[in-house]
Design a binder for this molecule. Structure first.
Ligand SMILES: NC(=O)c1ccc[n+]([C@@H]2O[C@H](COP(=O)([O-])OP(=O)(O)OC[C@H]3O[C@@H](n4cnc5c(N)ncnc54)[C@H](O)[C@@H]3O)[C@@H](O)[C@H]2O)c1
Length: 493
């Protein structure tokens, strides 16, 4: 039997269920990207707000590309889904009730999605679609007009497929109808995610109609956010555990994440917002220092562990944490090479680093190194390369960052240290394979991959010291493997 309004009374009494009147909820937020993260993060904060503070903010959950099944599952179970908190072996579960509607572009049609987004009461469009959903070039944070889907949206603006295309068309329709705009809030892991979103939306709007672009510039806000909760992709084992938590009731839309959660939002909304501050969300004037801290210390060390861990045969982050040299190197990276580059004030960064390592040790999480290693071409700039630029400008060492970047190069070269082929998932996978195939496995490989100017810009490949450091690390990985390279580096601190 599946989770639904009818089966709620059958759940074990420890499960927290929506104890508020769901009929009073109004769809005021359209969320693009009903993936694991949204379910375990923004939806939970909003659900607690409804349960504890009588909020009437509800969601229309939308997937544009992929995730058809999640939307279908949600529809079939009265828009209910569960989230389990995994603290080692101690799990707890909440059923979230704030979703009111759900749509998929390929099932319900883009016209229906646009109809919902142009309802006057829609105040916010929020987004978690992974970095590639923004169709942007990370080195410049500008729109990628060579992206096939963006080309489609330029030619067919009324039938958009991309996130920027849907937002531009919805804003166009609202402007035409004389309606207030909505706030566009990215919750993806990108530096200044609000600026990136604004850039791609404005660039596309300009191509559509300069008056529209002016209207958006003057009337729409794109608050940046810092989002944090580790939510691994759901595996069949997680599904089984979720079902056990639900006393045997199935929930294919269920998800599981760590107990920790944090959300910092730039308080800049044009059409109202939920009182998220009542449930622990920090609403601030400037998110950038927090974002930078999280992207470099958490995401940067995650990527470092993911590439070096995967190469060494560690499938999960908690396995990396059982290797004392990986722990020592990750901590050194966080404190000496990332924290030292940050602008954030009033945060104990040593304590933050230790709390991150504690979170990584959680054996309940089973966060795959392969999952974190995905889409490296879109992640390296904000997670590692911005810090490298800081060190180059300040003449300070960056050995861990160099090893992390070299480990990505080794990873995209396609074979782990045991000689097993790696399945690379990246929007630039074809280009990566071409560069690898046409270069020898030595300093040539490093030079060749550095040619990716969307990733490394034009400055880094021309910085001799940077190239030397990454090449030295690459050759070490080739010759003695990831495990020993990490050990040698950690012993040198
Ligand atoms: N999972 C985490 O631990 C975590 C933590 C912090 C932030 N985030 C952010 O959330 C994002 C999503 O993570 P997730 O765990 O939900 O992933 P997921 O794979 O479960 O979901 C991805 C979502 O993005 C949509 N999507 C993918 N490609 C798209 C495209 N090209 N255009 C439009 N939609 C697209 C899918 O439909 C799906 O809804 C991450 O990339 C990151 O930016 C995740």
């Amino acid at each position: 039997m599946k989770l639904s309004i009818k089966t709620l009374p059958q759940l074990p009494k420890e499960v927290v269920v929506p104890n508020y009147d769901r009929n009073k909820l109004k769809t005021k937020i359209v969320h693009l990207g009903f993936g694991a993260f949204h379910r375990a993060h923004q939806a939970v904060f909003t659900d607690i707000l409804a349960a504890e503070h009588n909020s009437d903010w509800g969601y229309c959950e939308v997937n544009l590309i992929g995730g058809e099944k999640q939307i279908e599952d949600l529809k079939q179970q009265d828009y209910l889904f569960s989230i389990c908190e995994m603290a080692y072996d101690n799990w707890s579960t909440r059923v979230v009730g704030v979703a009111k509607e759900a749509l998929h572009a390929d099932i319900d049609g883009i016209a229906k999605i646009l109809e919902v987004i142009t309802r006057p009461e829609i105040a916010i469009v929020s987004i978690t679609v992974t970095e590639k959903g923004y169709c942007y070039l990370p080195a410049t944070a500008s729109i990628d007009t060579n992206n096939t889907l963006i080309k489609h949206d330029i030619e067919n603006p009324t039938k958009p497929k991309t996130v920027p295309g849907v937002i531009v068309e919805a804003l166009y329709l609202r402007k035409e109808k004389g309606l207030k705009p909505f706030t566009v809030m990215s919750c993806d892991n990108m530096p200044e995610n609000g600026h990136v979103t604004r850039n791609v939306v404005l660039a596309l709007a300009k191509l559509r109609d300069p008056n529209l672009a002016n209207w958006i510039e003057q009337n729409v806000t794109f608050p940046s956010t810092m989002v944090d909760r580790i939510v691994p992709a759901v595996t069949p084992e997680t599904m089984e555990k979720i079902q056990k938590q639900l006393g045997g009731i199935e929930d294919p839309a269920g998800v599981a994440g760590e107990p920790f959660k944090q959300w910092v939002i730039e308080d800049n909304f044009v059409n109202g917002r939920p009182d998220w501050q009542k449930v622990g969300v920090e609403l601030v004037n400037d998110v950038l220092p927090y974002e930078e801290m999280k992207l470099r210390m958490l995401n940067g060390s995650h990527s470092f562990l993911a590439y070096l861990g995967y190469l060494a045969g560690y499938l999960y982050i908690d396995e990396c944490m059982q290797d004392p040299f990986y722990v020592k190197a990750a901590r050194h990276l966080m404190i000496n090479e990332q924290a030292s580059t940050l602008r954030v004030k009033g945060v104990d960064l040593q304590a933050y680093a230790d709390s991150l390592l504690d979170r990584y040790r959680n054996t309940g999480l089973k966060h795959r190194t392969w999952q974190i290693a995905m889409d490296g071409t879109l992640k390296l700039p904000q997670r590692m390369l911005d810090s490298v630029r800081f060190h180059l400008a300040n003449n300070t060492p960056f050995d861990c960052l160099a090893l992390g970047i070299a480990a990505w190069m080794r990873y995209v070269s396609g074979t782990d240290d045991a000689g097993k082929a790696i399945e690379i998932s990246d929007p630039m996978v074809d280009k990566l394979k071409e560069l690898v195939a046409n270069s020898q496995d030595n300093q040539e490989r490093v030079k060749s991959l550095l040619l990716l100017s969307h990733v490394f810009g034009d400055d880094l490949p021309n910085n001799q010291y940077f190239v030397e450091q990454v090449t030295k690390a690459y050759l070490s990985l080739r010759d003695i493997g990831a495990k020993q390279s990490v050990e040698q580096l950690a012993e040198s601190f």
